[in-house]
Design a protein around this ligand. Structure first.
Ligand SMILES: NC(=O)c1ccc[n+]([C@@H]2O[C@H](COP(=O)([O-])OP(=O)(O)OC[C@H]3O[C@@H](n4cnc5c(N)ncnc54)[C@H](OP(=O)(O)O)[C@@H]3O)[C@@H](O)[C@H]2O)c1
Length: 359
């Protein structure tokens, strides 16, 4: 087993909770922390074979051990940079050599980058797209020949609510997730026309993971999650059920209720989102140095399931969420009414630069 870890070689025949996943082979790209780790553990509890990929070998080794303890038939850790197609091809081959095929492939790897678009170095934003979007394409490209050979398999792509509602001050992330949503649907309907392989997209709202620790941050302020926060285990359980009963899209989290506002009044809702993001999302935390996070080089920090948001802070975040929803409703109504009076106004004044709070 050169280059990767192996756990529980003796448990391959043991019973598990969900019979249909027992000894199924599940590859998870982005399994070293957060939702990828939670998803690995959820499949492990069903007795699946796990092939865990990400860049941090120590975190992956720990994830494989935890999967073994949770009940995985076997768990391999294969350090992989998802943006490198050669490494991803090797990952797929390692899974097939170890277990004879690939049943489920989860493209979970992904990172964020926050701040004014022009302030974030373009190579950081290009790298983000290479991981979040091209990485998922690399994964599907490597997995598909093995799935098509047996004419079965499920590819799960982790998108985001940011693939349904554009998120201001994180344009590259939004672009990568909108791109991933389009890629997911296009590939899904191509494959359904010629095979039994399924492709599914997952679209959670904010989840309590180390994602903000790993994100690039050029806002000048510490990042804070947008409430209400989902638990990574909840998303992981939904992904397991999705793999068992595949469908096009899995929307998770109450903020999806705001999506119709973007269909009905995209301009008004978008302007409001931008202001709320500048005021509360990026402008309310303590000052923070600029960072590329884990985009270019992996970070040792944040190898757990959660982001460590304290209970008190999460209560406060829930209050902010309620306030934001009310403000959104009032703001959209006010904007639509106000817009009627704007039609004859001279708009040729110079633009007023938008300043993030504290910058
Ligand atoms: N947290 C949220 O609120 C939220 C909401 C919606 C969607 N999502 C999406 O959910 C996914 C998982 O994020 P998370 O929230 O669980 O945060 P996370 O803990 O930061 O997980 C990111 C994972 O991606 C891996 N990764 C990053 N760059 C990689 C690369 N080049 N090659 C291979 N693996 C790489 C990381 O491992 P290494 O650093 O070890 O490589 C880590 O395992 C992401 O796609 C994210 O966009 C998150």
């Amino acid at each position: 087993m050169n280059g990767y870890y192996q756990t529980n070689p003796d448990r391959a025949g043991s019973r598990s909770i969900v019979q249909s996943l027992r000894n199924a082979t599940v590859v998870i790209a982005g399994a070293s922390s957060g939702m990828g780790l939670a998803t690995a553990l959820a499949f492990a509890r069903r007795g699946a074979n796990l092939v865990l990929a990400a860049r941090r070998p120590e975190a992956l080794g720990r994830a494989a051990r935890l999967c073994g303890e949770a009940g995985a038939a076997r768990a391999l850790a294969v350090p992989t940079d998802i943006a490198d197609p050669a490494q991803v091809g090797a990952l797929a081959r390692a899974a097939v050599e170890a277990f004879g095929g690939i049943d489920i492939w989860v493209n979970m790897a992904g990172l964020g980058a926050f701040g004014p678009f022009e302030a974030i170095p373009i190579e950081v934003q290009a790298r983000l797209v290479a991981v979040n979007l091209v990485g998922a394409m690399n994964g599907a490209h490597a997995a598909l020949p093995h799935m098509l050979r047996r004419n079965r398999g499920v590819i799960v792509n982790m998108a985001s609510i940011g693939a349904r509602i554009p998120q201001p001050f994180t344009a590259a992330y939004t672009a990568s997730k909108f791109g991933l949503a389009g890629f997911t649907d296009s590939l899904r309907y191509e494959l359904l026309a010629r095979s039994r392989v399924q492709v599914c997209g997952v679209y959670p709202s904010f989840v309590d993971t180390p994602a903000l620790q790993h994100a690039a941050n050029y806002s000048g302020r510490a990042l804070r999650p947008v409430p209400p926060l989902l638990d990574p285990e909840e998303v992981a359980e939904r992904i397991v059920r999705l793999a068992l009963r595949p469908r096009r899209a899995l929307h998770i989290g109450t903020p999806h209720a705001l999506v119709p506002a973007f269909w009905l009044a995209p301009e008004a809702a978008g302007r409001l989102m931008g202001r709320l993001a500048a005021r509360f999302g990026l402008g309310s935390g303590p000052r923070a140095a600029r960072t590329d996070g884990a985009l270019l080089v992996p970070m040792a920090e944040g190898a757990g399931l959660r982001g460590g948001w304290a209970a008190a802070e999460r209560r406060w975040e829930r209050q902010i969420a309620l306030g934001a929803v009310v403000a959104a409703a009032v703001g959209v109504a006010a904007f639509v009414i106000g817009r009627r009076g704007d039609l004859g106004r001279d708009t040729s004044q110079p633009a007023r630069p938008l300043r993030l709070a504290g910058r």
